[in-house]
Write a protein that binds this ligand. Structure first.
Ligand code: URA
Length: 183
């Protein structure tokens, strides 16, 4: 089966899974190239994402896309999604049980795409893969998680808030292309 077809089936399964939390918000499954070598994973959809049913379409998303372009890639070449796929009320932090409820689906989504690199955007996505990691200490480092590279980065919203975070966000982004070169 084509990866795009497997992803569509997974999305349909999520739509009909009534056990998933936050069902008052729209499902923002994720988008991009099903054959992508790089998957960017954020925390949860916000207001704009919920409205458009697309991940990272607000200010943070614009920054992410700009940096993706600056390293010579296009947004539609990579894949972008979130650990929690519906918007928490008032954009509050996702709860541990919400993250766990969506985990089996994200696991399958990653297995289908089978990327070389997962870029974890922000603390929640980072701790999903690396429970002990600290964002200020570990952003920009490259970890091997079950044979896949995981690179934590600041969340784009954090980069927009602070100069230092912006500089580190940019620097880590520039590292990504070299990680795809076979050694
Ligand atoms: N923040 C996230 O973590 N994900 C989105 O899709 C948008 C904002």
């Amino acid at each position: 089966m084509e990866k795009s077809e497997s992803l569509k089936l997974l999305e349909n399964e999520m739509i009909s899974d009534e056990s998933l939390p936050l069902r008052e918000s729209n499902l923002v499954f994720g988008e991009g190239n099903p054959e992508a070598e790089v998957v960017f994973i954020g925390e949860a959809p916000g207001f704009h994402e919920d409205r458009l049913k697309r991940p990272f379409v607000g200010r943070g998303g614009q920054l992410l896309e700009k940096l993706i372009n600056e390293i010579g890639w296009r947004r539609d070449q990579v894949y972008i999604t979130n650990i929690v796929k519906r918007r928490p009320p008032e954009n509050r932090d996702p709860l541990p049980e919400e993250i766990e409820a969506y985990r089996p689906y994200l696991t399958r989504q990653i297995e289908i795409i089978n990327p070389k690199i997962i870029v974890a955007l922000g603390r929640f996505a980072m701790n999903y893969f690396l429970p002990e990691a600290k964002i200020t200490r570990d952003q920009g480092k490259v970890f091997d998680v079950g044979g896949r590279l995981v690179v934590p980065m600041f969340h784009p919203a954090a980069a927009l808030r602070g100069n230092n975070a912006m500089a580190q966000f940019t620097e880590t982004m520039k590292k990504l292309p070299s990680l795809l070169i076979p050694t």
